[in-house]
Ligand binder design. Structure first.
Ligand code: FCB
Length: 439
């Protein structure tokens, strides 16, 4: 395991969660979201699990933040739920919802934790999904309105804010692969969602600047695209995957352009005059967050664009079946610095693994997680030593939680949660990280 003293003195260590995955959506007057209806549809989510109770963080946040602080973390990344704050997505504000984030913020500050907010981590209010959700071009403005409501309340106390978690998941995974809510598989829906999510990002940044909120960024996810061999058509498939996953959103935000390899498939379906939105999408920001977990092994597939087939790879895998490949994190940090952010601070805003964890005699031996985190922290250190302005690293996740379409089956937490009793048990990885953060 690394030690804190191996890193620059102002490097921040943190851990991350998201609203729907932990809070318990049934509490506090929150409105319905597209994850509630997606989860209620057979075949979408393992065990039909939803976020109605989750980790009951809504009532237990003090205890949970005590765990964050006791581990020695400097910062906590959380998200705000649109439907908790504005149950119908537009119009009346649910004061109880705002009060919750107000209390949460103060509770972080009381413990010396820097609050790192994400405005949207995937739960769209159902009333807005009914109006087309991310497919509707009005969504950027409505998201801007939501942003103002949240930030007028807690913005003065945030360390950092990012509008949207992982635009690739919001656009592609949810509208092309149908794996996440709203579960669509439609290229027109995908193209529009991919573009509108970036318009929403830019709108939120502009609204927050106008409110005087500081330290605004973007959080994108990355997956290393490895061709299965050197055959040109397999390499081309990997390059397309890389462009869709790793270059489209970064290109829009930092270079005001979309990669040709993506446009060749989606351009016919983009909204009219999409090029006119780049000044909004590419509005300057202060930092970039990288979420990184794994790599994919890719080959050519006959049929319709994007002609990509994913293959099982040879590396060790986590409980998600995801290959463990820490060199990929190093590569993405370098690429982000050299091709996109050009000197802005970079954070690793999510990294971690699912493991088959269970409590035995009060102990959870998750050595595999410890190894995973250590390997990725070494990749971070390597990039720091090459002069990249890396400013922090967040472990996903503080708690075992609602892992979206995999329900409660996959455990990513540093802290084990018994979903029957809500008992929290710090795992070995938590205890070892706590030691490392003291040294
Ligand atoms: C990321 C998500 C997070 C969690 C992890 C495992 O893509 O941001 O909510 O599901 O994956």
């Amino acid at each position: 395991m690394i030690n804190r003293s191996d890193y620059p003195a102002d490097f921040l260590f943190g851990t991350a969660t998201s609203a729907y995955q932990i809070e318990g959506h049934k509490f506090g007057g929150a409105g319905s979201t597209h994850w509630d209806s997606f989860a209620a549809t057979p075949g979408n989510v393992m065990g039909l699990g939803n976020g109605q109770l989750a980790c009951d963080h809504y009532h237990r946040f003090e205890e949970d933040l005590d765990l964050v602080a006791a581990a020695g973390f400097d910062t906590y990344r959380f998200s705000t739920s649109w439907a908790r704050i504005i149950p119908d997505g537009v119009g009346s504000v649910n004061q109880q919802g705002l009060d919750f984030y107000d209390r949460l913020t103060d509770a972080m500050l009381e413990r010396g934790l820097k609050p790192a907010a994400t405005l949207y981590h995937w739960e769209m209010p159902s009333a807005l999904e009914d109006r087309g959700g991310w497919r509707n071009s009005d969504i950027a403005k409505l998201f801007g309105d939501f942003t103002e409501v949240v930030m007028a309340c807690i913005g003065d106390r945030m360390f950092s804010v990012a509008p949207i978690n992982e635009p690739w998941c919001v656009g592609w995974l949810s509208h092309f692969e149908g794996v996440h809510a709203p579960g669509l598989r439609d290229i027109r829906a995908t193209s529009r969602a991919m573009h509108h999510v970036l318009c929403a990002h830019g709108t939120a940044i502009a609204r927050m600047r106008a409110l005087g909120i500081k330290n605004l960024g973007a959080v994108c996810n990355f997956e290393y695209a490895n061709p299965i061999d050197n055959e040109p058509e397999n390499c081309a498939a990997a390059a397309r995957y890389d462009a869709i996953y790793n270059r489209f959103f970064m290109g829009g935000i930092f270079n005001k352009a979309y990669p040709d390899l993506v446009l060749e498939g989606i351009e016919p379906f983009l909204p009219k005059r999409w090029q006119d939105d780049f000044d909004l999408i590419g509005v300057p920001i202060d930092w970039c967050g990288i979420n990184y977990y794994t790599r994919s092994n890719l080959g050519h597939k006959e049929g319709a664009w994007p002609n990509i087939q994913t293959h099982e790879g040879p590396l060790d895998k986590t409980e998600m079946g995801w290959e463990i490949y820490s060199d990929g994190l190093f590569d993405f940090i370098m690429r982000t610095h050299q091709e996109y952010t050009l000197g802005l601070p970079i954070y690793v805003t999510e990294n971690g693994m699912a493991n088959d964890d269970f409590v035995k005699n009060g102990v959870v031996n998750d050595d595999a997680r410890l190894e995973y985190i250590s390997a990725h922290l070494l990749a971070v250190l390597k990039a720091v030593k090459q002069g990249v302005p890396l400013a922090g690293y967040y472990v996903w996740s503080l708690l075992d939680n609602y892992e979206w379409s995999l329900g409660y089956e996959k455990r990513f937490g540093l802290v084990h949660v018994d979903f029957e009793t809500q008992k929290r048990t710090p795992k070995k990885s938590y205890l070892e990280l706590k030691k490392a953060l003291k040294c």
